[in-house]
Design a protein around this ligand. Sequence first.
Ligand SMILES: C[S@@+](CC[C@H](N)C(=O)[O-])C[C@H]1O[C@@H](n2cnc3c(N)ncnc32)[C@H](O)[C@@H]1O
Length: 449
Amino acid sequence: MTPRHLVLQMLARSRKKESFSGAILDDALTQAVGMSPVDKRLATHLFLGMIRREATLDAMMKPFSHRPLIEIQSEVRDLVRMGIYQIACMTQIPPHAAVYETVEIARAVNPRSLGFVNGVLRRITELVTDRKVYAPSEDALPMDDGHYRQLSRNLFPDPRRMPAEYLAEAFGWPFWLSRRRIAQLGWDSCLRQGFWFLTHPPLYLRVNRLKTTREAYMEMLTAANIAHEPATHPQAIRMIGGHNIRALPGYAEGLFAVQDESSIRVGSALSPKPGMRVLDLCAAPGGKTTHLAELMDNQGEIIACDIEADRLKSVSSLAERLGLACIQTQAIAKDGTPPDGPFDMALVDVPCSNTGVMGRRPELRNRLKPNELPHLVQLQTRLLEQAADRVKPGGVLVYSTCSIEPEEDGLLARAFPKLRPEWVIEADELTLPGRPSDGGYWARFRRQG
Ligand SMILES: C[S@@+](CC[C@H](N)C(=O)[O-])C[C@H]1O[C@@H](n2cnc3c(N)ncnc32)[C@H](O)[C@@H]1O
C-alpha cells in the first residue's frame, strides 16, 4: 500500500462520515504495518491537508473542469484534489512527480479519467508560481507557513469586495462561518485564524504535579534531546515538532498528560481543593477530570459522568496511568439525570460546535451546519442547569466549551443567572484560536447563600 492509496481510502471513509479524521488516521496508520515513517508522515500530511483545504482545491479545479465538480466520480475528484494539493499547497514534491504519480493511480481507479486528471493537473502546474506575496488578493493562495503563493492568474474572489467569499475559497472555511466570523471579529483576526487553522496545533503536555515538577520534567526532555519550551500555564509545556507521545520520557510512569493549554486553564478556573466532592458532568476522555484530581492532590471524590460508556474507559485508563484514585466514572443515559448532589463544585465541559479547534478537527469545515447551533445551545443550557442544581450553596461551577461562538459562550453564560437567580457569574474568559493555542471559553459561577 502506498501512502497515496492509503490517503484515498481514508478520504472515502471521511466522506461517509464514519468518524473524526483523527480516528480514521490512527486506525489506518495502525493497520499500515510495514509502511515507513516517512510515508506515514506524507499520508498524514496529505489526508489532513486535503480535508482542511477541500474548498480551496475545488476552487482551483473548477475553472479547468468542463463538468460541475459534483458530477465527477468521487474517487476521481479526490485524486485530482490530491494532485492539486501536492502541486499547489506543498513545496517538497516536484510538480512533474505529483502529476506522474496521480495519473498512475488514475489508471487503476478509472482509466477513462486519465485525460481529465492529466489535463487539470497540467493546468495547475501552469497556475502556481514560486513567488511569495504577503497580502490576500485574487491571485494569492495562503500557504501553511503564513505567506501566500502567487498564482499566474486571478482565481479567488477579490478579498476587498468579497471578503467572506475569499476566506471561504482561499482558506477553506464554510461560507456561513466566514461571514459570521468577519462580522464577529473583523477581517484581520479572520486572516490570522485562517492561517492558524491551516496547520495542526502544537502539542502541549500537562505535567503531573503529584509526580514531578515542570522544571524536573523539562530537564528530562532536555536530556533526551527533545525540543520544548515552557508554556504560559505553570503546569504546561509546549512541544516543538511532532512526537510519538508514548515514546516521551515518563509516559508509562504517568509524569504527564497531553492537554492543550487553553483546556488546562479550565481546570485551574475551577481549582477544587483536596477533600472536596466534585461533579464532572461531561468527562470523557478525561483530560480535565484528571487535572482536577491532580489539583485535589488525589484526595476527595470526583464523579466523572458521560453518556459514552466506552469513552469513559479512557478516563479510567488515563487516571490509572497518572496514579489518580479519587475518580469514579459513571455512565448516564442520554436523557438521564446526573447523580445526586450535593457537590462542592462542578465542571460542565459541554459538547459544542468545536469551532475553536478547527485545526484539530479539520472535517468540521464540511460537517458543521449553522442550524445545529440552536440545538447545541439547548443541550448546553440543560446540562448547565442539571449540574448547577447539584452544587451546594456557596459552591462553584465552571462551564466550558471549545467553541468561539457567542451563543455557546458568553451569551449563554450571561443568560444563565436569569434562569437560576441564586447563581452569579464571577469570571469568564474567551481564548481565540492561536492565542496561544486552541480556542475556547470558560465561565465560573458561584451559588449564593
Ligand atoms: C467536550 S467533550 C468533554 C471533554 C472532557 N471534559 C475532557 O476534557 O477530556 C463533551 C462530552 O460530553 C458528552 N456528552 C454529550 N451529551 C451528554 C449528556 N447529555 N450528558 C453527559 N455527557 C454528555 C460527550 O459524550 C463528550 O464526551
